[in-house]
Write a protein that binds this ligand. Structure first.
Ligand code: GDP
Ligand code: GDP
Length: 416
């Protein structure tokens, strides 16, 4: 489920992390290179041994000619102190032999702290990620990558508003954050994406079981009307919802209010018979509102807790269809109108949901075929676009293949 969406988000986390880390590595290596360049002028036992050797020979030669062994030491120490022209100094020193002793002593003292400091500095600079210590994430670091993500989301059927909101939220969250450790970048990005998606999915809805219980107290069944176009899995979903609430101990009755197609009545009857659920049906072409009304009366008469009303699903642009929906709504006053959409149709299902919402007002959404949906665009967008919660996901073809939708589950699925 939603593999492609997951790939996009985890890819973004990796890219942002790599981008910032690479930039800093580059900066660090540049600093190192310039340091090394400076140091190469300085004779150094390890990196410029030849220079040292030659200079030492030079000093030795000079010292020998002057027969003053101490100068040898002084000259050599001078090199270690990082003064390339020490050989001259050596000469000078040897000429002012009175000062030589002092010089040597002080230079010996200086050598140790100098060397220690340099090696500390060096190990710090070469310490791979010590550089990020004062780094702050800038807009420049993430702009291109987030733009790429936005394009990828749009391609993956994520609604424009949703893609924009995610990018905006992640940017606001990340820019200006201080990085202290290497993993901070990916941790922060992951966190920012999670927050953005949680906000997108966080839409208040009512718990159906609670609603059933409330209705029960008044002696009424809970009436749920299912809307959506044909082929999305509406009939199967009604059968699944029957199963789901039967398992919770409730007794549903199904209303075959799609009287437009004979096939719809047959199909629903097939499921109802298999499940042992009472189905109220009229002839093809009958008044759908009358069928729904009868089902409600049946439930009241028999003390059944749940009325599940199937409706016709011609194109959502069909005015007669919408009038039919409105009439059913007027006649039975459903407690919930649930839009059933096919997750695989992406933006189309979001658009359809909007049309039904405009016409009759939707309380919640069931997305079918989530099991086959790699893109996840509809699942991520649909609730945000119409500001109604996803209640269930259809996850297969059998009656038990339905799960209550939880935003935190979705976040876990796509961010991990
Ligand atoms: P309707 O015309 O909207 O009533 O659609 P149906 O209920 O007849 O379903 C159409 C097809 O989608 C059927 O083959 C169902 O088995 C299949 N279907 C429905 N829901 C799901 C689901 O959640 N996952 C999968 N994989 N298939 C589903
Ligand atoms: P059962 O005892 O649970 O099998 O239900 P009944 O067949 O006795 O029906 C109870 C009520 O539901 C009746 O008063 C009818 O009004 C209504 N009903 C049941 N089946 C149908 C049907 O096919 N069409 C219509 N319109 N109403 C029905």
């Amino acid at each position: 489920m939603f593999e492609s969406l997951k790939k996009k988000f985890t890819g973004t986390i990796g890219k942002i992390s790599d981008n910032i880390t690479e930039e800093d590595e580059l900066e660090a290596s540049e600093t190192k290179v310039s340091e090394t360049t400076e140091k190469s002028e300085i004779p150094d036992k390890s990196s410029n041994g030849k220079f040292v050797d030659e200079s030492v020979k030079e000093i030795q030669a000079e010292s020998e000619s002057k027969s003053e062994p101490d100068n040898n030491k002084s000259g050599f120490m001078g090199f270690l102190r990082g003064k390339p022209k020490t050989s001259k100094e050596v000469k000078d020193d040897s000429e002012h032999s009175a000062e030589t002793e002092l010089e040597i002593e002080s230079s010996t003292d200086e050598i140790k702290p100098d060397n220690t400091e340099t090696s500390e500095e060096e190990s710090e600079k070469s310490g791979i990620f010590s550089f990020v210590r004062h780094r702050t994430i800038s807009e420049k670091d993430i702009d291109d990558i987030l733009f790429e993500l936005e394009m990828a989301l749009l391609e993956g059927d994520v609604a424009m508003d949703v893609a924009e909101e995610i990018i905006k939220s992640v940017k606001e969250n990340l820019v200006g954050r201080k990085i202290k450790r290497r993993n901070d970048v990916s941790d922060f990005t992951k966190e920012a994406l999670k927050k953005a998606i949680e906000n997108i999915l966080d839409i208040e809805g009512r718990d159906i079981t609670m609603l059933i219980e409330e209705a029960k107290k008044t002696g009424e069944p809970l009436k749920i009307m299912f809307v959506g176009i044909n082929g999305t899995g509406k009939t199967t979903t009604i059968a699944k919802i029957s199963t789901y609430y039967m398992e919770k101990g409730y007794t549903p009755v199904i209303a075959a209010s799609d009287t437009f197609r004979a096939g719809a009545i047959e199909q629903l009857t097939y499921h109802a018979d298999k499940l042992g659920v009472k189905i109220i049906k009229h002839k093809k072409g009958a008044d759908p509102a009358a069928v729904a009304y009868d089902a409600v009366e049946h439930a009241k008469a028999k003390g059944k807790e749940l009325v599940l009303v199937d409706t016709a699903g011609r194109m959502q642009t069909n005015i007669n269809l919408m009038d039919e929906m409105k009439k059913i709504k007027r006649v039975i006053k459903p407690d919930l109108i649930i839009y059933v959409g096919d997750a695989l149709t992406g933006n189309d299902s979001v658009e359809q949901a909007q049309k039904f919402n405009d016409a009759v007002g939707i309380d919640g959404i069931i997305l079918t075929k989530a099991d086959a949906d790699a893109k996840g665009g509809a699942a991520l967008s649909i609730g945000y676009v119409i500001q109604k919660p996803i209640l269930f996901l259809g996850t297969g073809q059998s009656y038990s293949d339905i799960m209550e939708f939880k935003p935190e589950w979705m976040v876990e699925q796509i961010i991990g």
